[in-house]
Design a protein around this ligand. Structure first.
Ligand SMILES: Nc1nc(=O)c2c([nH]1)NC[C@@H]1CN(c3ccc(C(=O)N[C@@H](CCC(=O)O)C(=O)O)cc3)C=[N+]21
Ligand SMILES: [Mg+2]
Length: 288
């Protein structure tokens, strides 16, 4: 029997925990605050931002969405980030990616205060992640949500062989670090390897984040493997599909996450979780 990893249900469970933490903070008069900055009116980005805002509101997180025109300059965006860095009611800052071409996205992420970097994109936070350093710090929400999905299976992970397909700063690289920190043996591969499939068939845990619809077929997967699909590929019919050929792979895999209803809802639930983390850590530092 193949386990379908129900990201929607896991997200509901995680959001219930987050909401309970928000309630406990409220008893002390503390409200977690999330600022989401979106530049330009990319329709897909607008939908994601609206979903994040709605979920935050449901959980009692104070969410502000700052919509800036597509013509915003680097200096203007840096000034907006600086204002949220200095705003004690804001615990998490997210700049929606991708940004318009005139903006230097890396320089913007680097300007977010590491203690408010709810995406975990700041090099101080990625450095801690890659060093497996002790202490509290935010981690990119998609791979962190995937770790929650893996733990939900209640299977030992240490010593398993993981293969990550894709090496982006948002998913592949932090995913590899998290898996390594959890004592898996980790291989990262990507489009420049003509024999990706020689590696995917070795994986006990296979995470696919390439943006190539249905790249992974049944013969590319080890029987019984855990398969996590990070793909979000919009077909010509407008339907959302993944990087894994779900219908075929589900008969080979031991566990598999669907698209939609897998990694996506967990990304948003993890964003909410980390907003509350940042708020609690700020309280613990006593410099709110
Ligand atoms: N600074 C930044 N941080 C991000 O975390 C970030 C970002 N920029 N830019 C865009 C990507 C994408 N992303 C998604 C989150 C949830 C769903 C999601 O909920 N997906 C639903 C379906 C949504 C649909 O139907 O379109 C699902 O998979 O079931 C998707 C995509 C966060 N991102
Ligand atoms: Mg790639």
């Amino acid at each position: 029997m193949t386990t379908i990893i129900d990201g929607k249900q896991l997200a509901r469970d995680l959001n219930a925990q987050t909401q309970a933490r928000v309630t406990r903070l409220a008893q002390r008069g503390v409200v977690p605050g999330l600022a989401v900055i979106i530049v330009g009116a990319d329709p897909a980005s607008s939908i994601y931002v609206r979903n994040k805002h709605r979920k935050a509101g449901q959980l009692g997180i104070h969410s502000v969405v700052r919509e800036l025109p597509a013509t915003t300059t680097q200096a203007e965006l840096l000034a907006v980030v600086a204002a949220y860095n200095a705003d004690p009611t804001v615990h998490g800052i997210l700049v929606q990616s991708p940004l318009p071409a005139q903006l230097d996205e890396r320089a913007i992420f680097n300007a977010i205060a590491p203690i408010k970097d709810v995406d975990g994109f700041h090099p101080v936070n990625t450095g801690k992640l890659f060093g497996n350093l002790p202490g509290h710090y935010p981690v990119s929400c998609t791979p962190q949500g995937i770790m929650t999905m893996l733990h939900s299976l209640h299977q030992p992970l240490a010593g398993k062989r993981a293969v990550v397909v894709g090496r982006s700063n948002i998913v592949g690289r932090p995913m590899a670090a998290l898996l390594l920190n959890a004592d898996l043996s980790v291989t990262v591969t990507h489009r420049h390897d003509p024999q990706i499939r020689d590696l995917t068939t070795l994986a006990d845990v296979l995470v696919v984040a390439t943006g190539v619809a249905h790249l992974i077929k049944a013969e590319d997967v080890k029987p019984g493997a855990i398969v996590i699909d990070v793909g979000m590929d919009r077909g010509a019919d407008g339907k959302l599909t993944g990087d894994v050929d779900f219908d075929a792979v589900k008969d080979v895999a031991g566990a598999i996450s669907p698209v939609p209803g897998g990694v996506g809802p967990m990304t948003i639930a993890t964003l909410m979780q980390q907003t509350v983390d940042l708020c609690e850590w700020s309280e613990q530092r006593g410099n709110n």
